[in-house]
Design a protein around this ligand. Structure first.
Ligand SMILES: Nc1nc2c(ncn2[C@@H]2O[C@H](COP(=O)(O)OP(=O)(O)O)[C@@H](O)[C@H]2O)c(=O)[nH]1
Ligand SMILES: Nc1ncnc2c1ncn2[C@@H]1O[C@H](COP(=O)(O)OP(=O)(O)O)[C@@H](O)[C@H]1O
Length: 206
């Protein structure tokens, strides 16, 4: 298939976030980011979770506008050309990006905004918004990561293999992040994320 996207997400010059706060949560696929974020939002609905755009096909039960905005590759390319994405990257054969306007609007309203994105996108955010807080979620081991990916039962063997291959590079970049949290015991990891978010956001999370 001919790739429709030839450019990686472009880094914009550093901007400032005058009102709210931006938090980036990254970690290998299957580590438990989605589960942790859902639990965090249940406890703290005042946080704003940015719903990403993707060219990946919806998994059973995923709803357009809830887990992701599901778009075609040409729609995604158009969004890049129209500068509608704050960052974007390719991951395991699909494209993922953060809608620019909604995120900036929420920040300007003073909200604490949470992005759950992969490594390349997190790096772009770091360049554009150096004051964002970046959290890396670590698995207890690669074997446990594989166990969780298989146990989730959502991806084909090929998609799982791509995710595990990528996981090694992502884990080796963990020290680029402000804080690393191991998701071994779920409640312990959730408490660590919650206190990191709230000590960083302060009033922006109220
Ligand atoms: N750069 C970037 N990555 C994203 C975005 N949304 C999701 N991702 C990441 O894309 C990767 C794949 O996501 P997904 O297909 O939902 O698989 P899963 O993480 O295994 O459930 C994960 O690492 C997500 O954190 C985004 O807007 N931008
Ligand atoms: N602390 C944990 N211990 C054991 N299993 C976990 C833990 N956290 C999440 N999981 C499970 O791991 C699988 C992958 O979690 P998910 O949130 O989909 O990961 P990600 O969003 O990082 O790809 C899910 O089946 C989830 O229930």
């Amino acid at each position: 298939m001919t790739p429709v996207l030839s450019l990686q997400g472009s880094a914009t010059p550093p901007n400032c976030l005058p009102e709210g706060k931006l938090i980036v949560l990254t970690g290998p696929s299957g580590v438990g980011k989605g589960t942790l974020v859902r639990a965090l939002l249940e406890r703290h609905p005042e946080l704003y979770f940015s719903v990403s755009v993707t060219t990946r096909a919806p998994r059973p039960g995923e709803i357009h506008g809830k887990q992701y905005y599901f778009v075609s590759r040409s729609e995604f390319q158009q969004m890049i050309e129209q500068n509608k994405l704050l960052e974007w990257a390719e991951f395991a054969g699909n494209y993922y990006g953060t809608p620019r306007d909604t995120v900036l609007e929420q920040i300007s309203k003073g909200k604490c905004v949470l992005l759950e994105i992969e490594l390349e996108g997190a790096r772009q955010i770091c360049q554009s918004y150096p004051e964002a807080k970046r959290i890396f979620i670590m698995p207890p081991s690669l074997a446990e990561l594989e166990h969780r990916l298989r146990g989730r039962g959502q991806d084909s063997p090929d998609a799982i293999a791509r995710r595990l291959q990528r996981a090694k590079d992502e884990i080796s970049a963990a020290d680029e992040f402000d804080i690393q949290i191991v998701n071994d015991d779920f409640e312990t990891a959730l408490d660590a994320i919650t206190s990191t978010v709230f000590s960083f956001c302060g009033n922006a999370s109220k």
